[in-house]
Design a protein around this ligand. Sequence first.
Ligand code: 13P
Length: 317
Amino acid sequence: MIVSKEDQKINSDEKYKKKVTAKIKELQKKRNAIILAHNYQRDEIQDIADVRGDSLALARAAKDIQQETIVFCGVLFMAESAAILNPEKLVLLPVREAGCPLAEMATVEKLRQYRVSYPDAAVVCYVNSAAEIKAESDICCTSSNAIKVVQSLPQKRVIFLPDRNLARYVAQHVPEKEIIIWPGFCITHMRVTEEEVLKAKKEHPEAALVAHPECEPEVLRHADCVTSTGGMFSYIKSSPKNEFIITTEQGMLYGLKKENPDKLFFLPSKHLICANMKLTTLGWVLNSLETLVYEVQVDTVLREKARGALDRMLAVT
Ligand code: 13P
């Protein structure tokens, strides 16, 4: 039998994955470690995860963990949340450079200026933010509970940071509050245009359009469902529809296809890739378990303050 070069490469890739996965599993036992992975991670990382989910599911999972070590396959703010909720555990981020440009768009100095300008306002920060920002906020939220969190507040005015599109979406749904919108944005969700979404709808007229609230309002206004990555799984599972246009990071399609083998999924854009989420590879996870890097630590005072904001969110939802 003649085996093409392409097949040889696929076979060797598969062999490599099996070998590294077996080593990861072995070390995981030795280190008493749990692997958490966000829905945007590479397919092979999703396959080795003990828990895969959205930001809220992972924050919840992090809270109830028995293992001594957490390997967080995601980006820094997620691993920081796990470290805040589990101060006695060793939290590892396999790739130190896996950051979130959106989270980096908020600074403590600017947030304090906002507080001075709007002294009567509550501060709600999206979990896509650094521990320092969480520590300065009254409460956190994720894309799946942002509306509920804002509705739960006694204040009429709310400073919402750092994502402007999620803030606008919340403002639409909670008109009784005044939302002060921070001008941050997600560089991945920004890339999908209204034109691309309309083209996808034309090509797949039977499909439901499911979009993440970090997309631009021109995109969101065409959506049948606007929700978090976890919310997308629930919506699709219970939908009578068979086709879906998924307007969020392309890593979502792997889990969606696995859980819904009879349904069809389409991406409206080739550019829905978060480079930071893709930095984590099997090799880096193995390295992380072998050498116990990179430990994510949050200063005690900061941690207690940030934890308050996270706990208040978890109590609301
Ligand atoms: P969720 O998984 O909570 O929807 O958030 C994803 C995210 O961080 C988008 O940038």
